[in-house]
Write a protein that binds this ligand. Structure first.
Ligand SMILES: [Zn+2]
Length: 93
């Protein structure tokens, strides 16, 4: 499970073709590839990019991905065993 607070020094995930859901369990329109995942903002539908690497955008509450459409902040959680990406609004964490 992803360390949401950045304690894991080696955190880096390959998320190609992972299944992306929002925190309420609904499927996200997303394009996970390599260490990156582009997904549609849950609020306004604008594209948002997160990077599954330590200290990169969307990797932790200190390094959120910000929607350029509505300024919503996001953090992703990568579940490697089930090949899932969970997309949280930062204020939910
Ligand atoms: Zn938005």
């Amino acid at each position: 499970m992803l360390e949401l607070h950045g304690e894991n020094e080696h955190f880096m995930a390959t998320v190609t073709d992972f299944y992306a859901v929002y925190s309420d369990g609904t499927e996200a329109k997303a394009d996970p590839f390599g260490n990156n995942v582009a997904f549609a903002c849950a609020d306004c539908g604008y594209p948002v990019l997160a990077v599954a690497r330590k200290n990169q955008r969307g990797s932790s509450i200190e390094n959120t991905s910000v929607c350029n459409g509505c300024r919503q902040h996001y953090v992703i959680e990568v579940r490697e065993t089930t090949h899932k990406i969970i997309i949280y609004r930062a204020h939910e964490l």
